[in-house]
Every structure is written in C-alpha cells, then in structure tokens.
Design a protein around this ligand. Structure first.
Ligand code: BES
Ligand code: MN
Ligand code: ZN
Length: 492
C-alpha cells in the first residue's frame, strides 16, 4: 500500500519542509560544486577534506541545521557516472532515511540544468520506497504516515510539466503497489475467486470490460489443461479477462497473459516443505497483468489491451491430477502430465490458446514459471524468450530504461524434442536440461502464429532481503517494464 502523496512545486512553500534532499556526483563533490548555498558549502569543507563523505553511489549523509534558513540537508551521493539506477536508488535511500526520522514532508532540490529524466527517476525511487505491506501487523513502530508531501524544485522544468510528470509516475507506482499487494496477500485470502473479484472491481471503477469464466463455463468450453491443475483444490478456478480500449476501434489488441497460481504446493508431485510459503507468489504474472490494465486505463494510453489471467490453486488431494494422467487442452492437443508441479505451463497453454484466438497483434505472457530461471539468471534479470525478435528487442530496451532487466534465452526448434511423449501429443516436462527453455518451448505450441514474448519472472517477482525502493516481499516486477514499453509505443 502507498500512503497518500501530495505534491508541491512552489519554492516558497518548500521552506515548510525541514529537510532538503540534494543529489551530488562524486566529481562535483570533490571539486566543491553542486551544494545549494554558501552555508552548506562551509559546513561541507571539513567533511570533504577529511573524506568523511565522498558522494559515492549509495552514500547518504544527514546534516542537521546546515542551510541558511536552518533547514537540514540530506546529501545523496550518486557516484561518478550516475545513470537512472543511481538516481532511483539514491531517492529511495533518502526516503528510507527521512522516514526513520519520522519526517512526512521533504523537499528534493535539483540543480539548475538537471535533465527532466532525473525528475522521473527521483519520483520512481521515492514512490517505490514508500510502499509497505503491513496492514496485518499491529506492532510496527514505524507505520507509514497516512500521507506525505513531496516538494520538488527543478529550475529547468515548468510547474505544469512537473505536475504531469509527477501524476504519471504516481499512477505507475500505484500500479506497482497493486501488483505487490496482490502478491503479498496470503493464499488463504487470495483465492482465484478473490483475484476475479479484484479484477471485477477494477473494471467497474475504470470502465473496463470484464469477463470471468467459472468452473462450469471452463468445462463446457474445454479448458482441460487448466482444469487438470485446479481439480485438486477446494478453490474453484477462474479465467479472468479484462479489456481496455484506448486505441482505434479497428486496431488489434495487445494480449497480456499472466500466470495466476494463487498457491503452488506442487500438487501430487509435492514440493519440499522448506520455503513453500513463498509459493503464494506464483500468481505474480497475473498480478502484473491486472496492474498494467489499471495503469493503462488511468493514464489513458492510446492502446487496446486484453488481459488474461488463468487463476487456479495447485493442491494435492483425492481429486488431484496424478503423474501419468493425460488431459485434453483447449487447443485440442493431448498432454501427458508427468509432473503436477509443472502446472504453470498447463494453465498457460489454455489461456494462451484462448488469447491467440482473439487475433491480437502480439501476446506477451508473464509467469513465475521455472526454478531453472533462478539457476540461470539469479534475481537480477527475468528471462525473455519468444517468436518475434523485434518484440523481444523493444521489451529488452524498455527493461534497460526502467531497471527491470530482461535477458534472452534461445528457443531453437530442437528444444521441442524434449517434450515429445510416447502416449500423447506433448508431455509437460522436458527433463533436467534447459528447464526455462523447454517450459517456453511447451508454451510455444499454444500461441499459433501470433507474435509472442514470454517473460519468466521466477527470479525477479520476489525479493528476499529488501533493498532500496524494494521492501522484502513482492516486487511488482513487470509493471514498470510493460508500462514503459506501452508509453514508448505511444510516443512513436
Ligand atoms: N512456480 C514454480 C516455479 C518457481 C520456483 C517460481 C521457485 C518461483 C520460485 C513452478 O510451477 C514449478 O514448480 N516449476 C518446476 C518445473 C519442473 C517440475 C519441471 C520447477 O521449476 O521445479
Ligand atoms: Mn509448480
Ligand atoms: Zn508454479
């Protein structure tokens, strides 16, 4: 959840903020440049000479009562070649530092000539850090203030541009917060029906079209692979579809498909107990899809979107699918289920086929699909695979800009060999080798000839420790990436 955020761009009123945050690169610091006034310059001389602060990337220094008006100064180091990442993390660190001081009003002060992009980066870092998921806790000393005021002084941008940039960044951060909230919510609350209700409420609020299929409709229409996953759970499945029409009437939509396993126990191929609680995050792809639809609608982006979230719970029970069972997917292919823990690809098989039938201009799916992805890339990039080189490239560029990195893996025809079954059209596991790729190869059978990109976010959807701009727990990875991609498309 985010606190209520108020903006103020008026230099006069900024004095009300006791803290001024100033960003400074290490070269400027060494040369004695970039401090906001003579009083802070005097105060900093000793610090510099004794090397007590060096304005390194990530370094933060609080100086009490050092400005001419008696305000406090928070110096944020940017290191020697600051890029988006350093600005975002610096702003996030500043907010963390001021929150510790119980401060609800602060002022970011940019040097004359700072690039407009810096404003966006600061706002992102700041808003991402403000997020907390603590409404189940009664003991937190530092509950977030219910509202904060961010003063922003940027001599190089007129007030109306600051205003619209701030609104855009806030709406995006609220999208990230929605995705994080949904993923952090425990699975006893967040059932498939709960996700469907959330989507329904979003649609009502934003004028989106919502279509929700329950078990009876899914059965009637032949979602055999999805139902095979759902059948072990007492929680009935849903197929959630949201449509947003911000583009031309006759323009084919972009389809976003997100894995929505509200809890992945592994099913009969039960997972080990250790860290199984983390599998409440197995609907992170679905959460991103809902959040991107919210954000696109609130920003009135000129695109047509169709968001599809197959929502199921993967549980073992007397009704559960067994290893060796053969089921019929919606596309008509038969699948031998050899491991019930490879469930994501099963529900996506049906959701992708359904989406492809809508003849979208492209499909992008997001899924916490394979542990192998964490082995390959760790937690610093999501894997991207697919059939359309152009789409993969622009997505990767968007990731580079916004700091949600993607890294490509190949999808050679040869990998499909590993999915051949002796008794059905496909089997749902491809053996030890190249787990992330064979999972994607499985999905590739269900997208027809539609341009398609698959993002495996298993390693990036969840942050174990917590870092600047990213408290421990759900990351919302993918929301800023896709919104950045859509903004870039819209500006062409
Ligand atoms: N949801 C998991 C993948 C996962 C693992 C996501 C760890 C995030 C963190 C997925 O459903 C799964 O269990 N995949 C199996 C596939 C295997 C059985 C072929 C895996 O990766 O072990
Ligand atoms: Mn699984
Ligand atoms: Zn899973």
């Amino acid at each position: 959840m985010l606190p209520e955020v108020r903006w103020d761009f008026d230099p006069q009123r900024a004095v009300a903020a006791l803290w001024r945050v100033v960003f400074i690169g290490s070269d400027d610091w060494q040369a004695g440049r970039g401090l906001p006034d003579a009083a802070s310059e005097r105060r900093c001389t000793d610090l510099r000479e004794q090397q007590l602060f060096r304005a390194k990337d990530g370094e933060v220094l609080a100086l009490y009562g050092c400005r001419e008006g008696g305000e406090h100064l928070l110096l944020v180091g940017l290191g020697d070649a600051p890029r988006a990442r350093q600005w975002r993390q610096g702003a996030a660190k500043a907010v963390a530092c001021l929150r510790e001081r119980q401060c609800k009003q602060w002022c970011f002060e940019l040097a004359p000539g700072a690039a407009p992009d810096c404003v966006a980066w600061i706002l992102d870092g700041c808003l991402l850090e403000l997020y907390r998921f603590d409404h189940y806790r009664h003991d937190v000393e530092q509950k977030l203030p219910a509202s904060v005021t961010i003063h922003l002084l940027s001599p190089s941008l007129p007030e109306d541009e600051l205003e619209s940039m701030a609104r855009q960044r806030l709406v995006i951060a609220q999208g990230v917060a929605l995705a994080r909230d949904l993923v952090n919510e425990p699975s006893n609350v967040k059932t498939p029906a709960y996700l469907a209700q959330q989507a329904w409420d979003l649609a009502a609020e934003l004028g989106l079209k919502a279509t929700i299929l329950g078990p009876a409709a899914l059965k009637e229409q032949g979602f055999g692979a999805l139902l095979a996953v759902a059948q072990g759970s007492a929680q009935p499945p849903r197929l959630i579809v949201l449509e947003y029409g911000g583009g031309e009437q006759d323009e084919a939509p972009l389809a976003l498909v997100g894995k929505g396993v509200t809890f992945d126990s592994g099913g009969i191929s039960l997972k080990p107990g250790e860290n199984m609680d983390q599998m409440k995050m197995d609907m992170a792809g679905g959460a991103v899809v809902l959040a991107v639809l919210q954000t696109a609608a609130r920003l009135k982006l000129p695109v047509n979107l169709i968001g599809v979230v197959p929502a199921v719970e993967n549980m073992p029970s007397g009704q559960a699918t067994r290893p060796g069972d053969i089921v019929m997917a919606l596309s008509g292919r038969s699948i031998e289920i050899l491991n019930t823990d490879a469930e994501g690809r099963l529900i996506l098989a049906d959701a992708l086929h359904w989406a492809a039938q809508k003849k979208p201009r492209a499909i992008i799916d997001l899924a916490t699909l394979t542990g192998a992805c964490i082995i390959a890339l760790g937690h610093h990039a999501a894997a991207v695979l697919g059939s359309d080189e152009g789409l993969l490239k622009v997505l990767q560029e968007a990731g580079e800009r916004c700091g949600e990195r993607l890294w490509p893996l190949p999808l050679f025809e040869d990998y499909r060999e590993q999915l051949k079954s002796k008794v059905a059209d496909l089997k749902n596991i491809g053996g030890k080798a190249a787990g992330t790729i064979t999972a994607a190869a499985f999905l590739s059978h269900f997208v027809a000839d539609c341009p398609w990109a698959h993002l495996d976010i298993a390693g990036t959807a969840w942050e174990e420790q917590g870092k600047p701009g990213q408290p421990a727990g759900a990351t919302g990875f993918g929301v800023r990436l896709l919104v950045d991609y859509l903004l870039e498309q819209a500006s062409r």
